[in-house]
Ligand binder design. Structure first.
Ligand SMILES: Cc1ncc(COP(=O)(O)O)c(C=O)c1O
Length: 368
């Protein structure tokens, strides 16, 4: 007789567990870590000071309404406080959104090389992932709209997208919204918005403000340099904020995260410094890779998708192994359906020069 054992709900065992960017090398040497799109400049010193300032309060529950953080975000972007929802990383917010709006029989759409978490959270809620093809590794609005059915509940769009670094313009996002039925929630995941330096880009605030079915998520993990704290925020239609506030943990954001997040949000100068650093080194890295004969997908974020030849000797897996031998960790993107590419985060000047020098040696060695 079969022994009874607890079974998860259908869909959960179809999930390939998310594999984060690597951070340790077996030898224990301190690596150059360019695998998780963290900022090379670190957090604002004011955020670190705010984090330390609450060390004496660890025995108390946090402010469940994250009042100081909401106030800082609202002031920075001119938003309605009651429409902001904060979470333990934008990961948590995206999961809550899926949990609230998806169930068995429902469909949610994302693009072919879209952020991996979307598939996970759709399946976790028993719903069906629907993949829309991209054009030149860019989201294709017509292809997304073509896959809408009466079962569609959510469209997840990372803009800019990870791992491609590509984006679509505000006009395209607007036409996506206009083409979607009103009951479909459009989730604009703008984790890399602060890095984008394009006149035709808008993170999502405008659409959230003017529709009742568009939501934007943001993170403190990237340009704000607070990935370890786990902090993200969403700007939502009022009704959606009400839904998320009902199902989130009552204390889902910790006191240190509230304090550091508010200080980070206020330190506009530090964010600008990071954006400036990126604006200088992103094109430099892309140009250097191209000089090595590698194809680079044009990126507006803080990382580059670099394409290698489809060969064992000079391909992406060999390059990854070679970089590791030089203590440089980048991101393999096989799980995104991109086995011949590597994703490389913009680092410090020294990191960037080191990765270019190493790849130059790799390309030369492979050609020999
Ligand atoms: C597109 C995108 N969305 C969301 C996240 C999640 O960020 P976090 O949970 O750290 O806020 C990431 C992190 O890699 C990302 O690349």
């Amino acid at each position: 007789m079969a022994i009874a054992a607890p079974q998860p709900r259908p869909g959960i065992l179809d999930i390939e567990p998310y594999v984060p960017g690597e951070s340790l090398l077996p030898s224990g040497v301190t690596p150059i870590k360019l695998s998780s799109n963290e900022t090379p400049l670190g957090p604002s010193p004011k955020a670190v000071a705010a984090y330390r300032s609450v060390a004496g309060e660890l025995d108390r529950y946090p402010d469940g309404a994250s009042t100081a953080l909401h106030a800082a975000i609202a002031a920075r972007y001119g938003l309605a406080r009651e429409r902001i929802v904060c979470g333990a990383g934008s990961d948590e917010l995206l999961s809550l959104i899926a949990h609230a709006y998806l169930g068995p029989g429902d469909e949610a759409i994302f693009t072919r090389h879209g952020f991996l978490l979307y598939r996970i959270i759709i399946l976790a809620n028993g719903a069906t992932p629907v993949v829309a093809p991209e054009k030149d590794l860019r989201a294709d609005v017509a292809a997304i709209l073509k896959r809408v059915s009466e079962r569609t509940r959510i469209v997840f769009l990372a803009n800019p997208n990870n791992p491609t670094g590509t984006y679509i313009s505000f006009d395209e996002v607007r036409s996506l919204r206009e083409g979607l039925p009103g009951h479909v929630l459009l989730v604009l995941d703008a984790a890399y918005a602060e890095y984008v330096q394009r006149n035709d880009y808008e993170a999502g605030i405008e659409l959230v403000a003017t529709t009742n079915n568009t939501l934007m998520t943001r993170t403190f993990s990237k340009i704000h340099g607070l990935a370890a704290l786990r902090l993200g925020w969403a700007y939502c239609p009022e009704a959606v904020a009400g839904v998320l506030n009902r199902i989130r943990g009552p204390f889902n954001v910790s006191t240190p995260a509230i304090a550091a997040g508010a200080a980070a949000m206020e330190d506009v100068e530090h964010v600008e410094l990071s954006a400036k650093h990126n604006a200088r080194w992103l094109p430099w890295l892309a140009a250097e890779m191209e000089k090595l004969g590698l194809k680079v997908t044009p990126s507006v974020a803080n990382f580059l998708l670099v394409h290698f030849p489809e060969s064992a000797k000079s391909g992406a897996h060999a390059a990854d192994a070679f970089l590791k031998s030089r203590a440089i960790i980048v991101r393999r993107v096989d799980a995104y359906g991109l086995p011949h590419a590597l994703r490389i985060t913009v680092g410090t000047e020294a990191d960037n020069r080191a990765v270019v020098a190493a790849l130059s040696d790799f390309v030369e060695g492979a050609a020999a």
